[in-house]
Design a binder for this molecule. Structure first.
Ligand code: SME
Length: 157
């Protein structure tokens, strides 16, 4: 089975949305040597911030990120993929650890609205390819098919 087929199978299985997202994080982390941290952020109600959902890798203190801050917060506003091959070149960057050298963030759209993103951290310099972007876009399109209302309008926290 291809990676894309495995993703689609997870999307269609009987697990809860959170469990599907977690499985996708683990699958991606295991499938790419340069994906060291994989996580999903979703918009947090009307708060103009992102809130961390499921992830694979080291826990991060950056569970809430205001729109505009860091790579993630910039993607919340730009609606575009952000590929950072060297985080040291970014001024507007939130570090999740000295070991992180690069990062890629791809937005998730539902009915044209940017409702969240997938975020990958790597310990390698310049590891990301266009194929990585295409796979992550595929993942985001598949995730967008899920009912995410409770993720994007969560209980206040
Ligand atoms: N580096 C991100 C913060 C989130 S962590 O990578 C998990 C950023 O600059 O937005």
């Amino acid at each position: 089975m291809t990676l894309r087929e495995k993703i689609t199978e997870i999307i269609g299985n009987n697990l809860a949305v959170e469990e599907k997202l977690k499985e996708i994080c683990l699958l991606l982390q295991k499938s790419f040597d340069h994906f060291h941290w994989v996580g999903f952020y979703f918009i947090n109600g009307s708060k103009e911030e992102l809130k961390l959902s499921e992830f694979a890798g080291k826990p991060t203190e950056h569970t809430h990120i205001p729109f505009g801050k860091g790579i993630c917060g910039q993607v919340a506003l730009s609606n575009k993929n952000f590929v950072v091959q060297d985080v040291q070149e970014q001024e507007n960057y939130i570090s999740c650890g000295i070991e992180v050298k690069s990062e890629i963030v791809v937005p998730i759209f539902q009915e044209g609205r940017n409702i969240g993103q997938i975020d990958i951290d790597s310990h390698d310099l310049s590891p990301f390819s266009e194929e990585d972007e295409r796979i992550l876009e595929y993942v985001c399109n598949e995730v967008a098919r899920l009912d995410l209302d409770h993720m994007i309008n969560p209980d206040p926290s």
